[in-house]
Write a protein that binds this ligand. Structure first.
Ligand code: NDP
Length: 267
């Protein structure tokens, strides 16, 4: 069943690309009950101008939080800041969107090294792992605060109640690798997102007892700095699709990888 997303939402990497559009559409499409915490590395910098403009457009609805996903202290400070503002409330939805990519072919051999592998892993996997761990008390609180209606007891998990969405990619799929490898090698990125998928599955099993849904979503191939200008989708269409899918996710989708149109992608 599809229900409008509401509540307290955290989006990481929200100053440009898909993250910026997530904040925009969430601000546009939700009611007064919703507050968006927009994580961004440099809130005062020129790279966050578009985000500050959206914040001005929706007074009182968006808080910009300084957050560097490759820095444990920064993650901890951001979580404390959100905790302070939410007070007795909980966190309904954490969207782990921030990520980096490195071109990452193996030839020439010098093109990809240890630093590329480690940097990408740190931002794309360690960051989402740490932030979920640190937000767990707030996610649990949100799940406890909203019990499903009697006739919905079977379907007790949703993005409205308490959820983590890890933004993954179709090229993380080991099953689909023979189809996708020739076009894009990207060793560090692929490997990091496959690890993010494993994190998603583990968290879904672990957090099920708290009624917290955990799903990985592929946004499609999207025109952003990362996706490039040849990509087929606008951020608008990708995010519209993903938010529609998020609002309909339920128990059966926890621990899965789905795309922006709701199709399941095999691991
Ligand atoms: P962009 O490169 O356009 O934007 C990436 C965002 O992540 C920026 O806001 C960037 O901030 C932020 N970011 C990077 N590193 C960090 C960090 N250490 N801490 C905090 N924020 C950080 O990428 P997209 O918008 O295209 O990608 C968004 C998500 O979608 C990613 O998870 C990506 O893997 C996924 N994806 C994208 C596809 C596409 O075609 N575009 C396809 C499949 C998946 P800053 O400005 O500070 O660098």
């Amino acid at each position: 069943m599809s229900q409008r997303l509401e509540g307290n939402v955290v989006v990481t990497g929200s100053n440009r690309g898909i993250g910026l559009e997530l904040v925009k559409q969430l601000a546009e499409g939700t009611g007064e009950e919703t507050h968006i915490y927009a994580g961004c590395r440099a809130p005062e910098g020129t790279g966050a101008e578009a985000l500050r403009d959206i914040q001005t457009q929706y007074p009182g609805k968006i808080t910009i939080i300084k957050l560097d996903m490759s820095d444990e202290d920064s993650i901890s400070a951001a979580v404390q800041e959100v905790n302070k503002q939410i007070e007795a409330g909980g966190l309904n939805l954490l969207i782990n969107n921030a990520a980096i990519n490195q071109p990452g072919p193996l030839a020439p051999l010098s093109a990809t090294g240890k630093k590329d592998m480690m940097d990408v892993y740190e931002t794309n996997v360690v960051g989402p792992f740490l932030i979920a761990k640190m937000f767990l008390p707030l996610l649990k609180r949100a799940a406890e605060m909203s019990s499903p209606a009697k006739d919905m007891e079977e379907e007790n998990m949703s993005c409205r109640r308490s959820a983590i969405i890890n933004i993954s990619t179709v090229i993380s799929s080991i099953h689909k690798c023979p189809e996708t490898f020739a076009q894009v090698q990207m060793y560090p990125y692929r490997v990091s997102k496959a690890a993010l998928n494993m994190l998603t599955r583990c968290q879904s099993l672990d957090f099920k007892r708290h009624n917290i849904l955990v799903t990985a979503i592929h946004p499609g191939w999207v025109r952003t700095e990362m996706g490039g200008s040849e990509a087929v989708l606008s951020t608008k269409d990708s995010v519209l699709g993903m938010l529609t899918i998020m609002s309909s996710l339920g128990n059966k989708d926890s621990g899965m990888l789905v795309d922006w149109q709701g199709n399941t992608i095999p691991w």
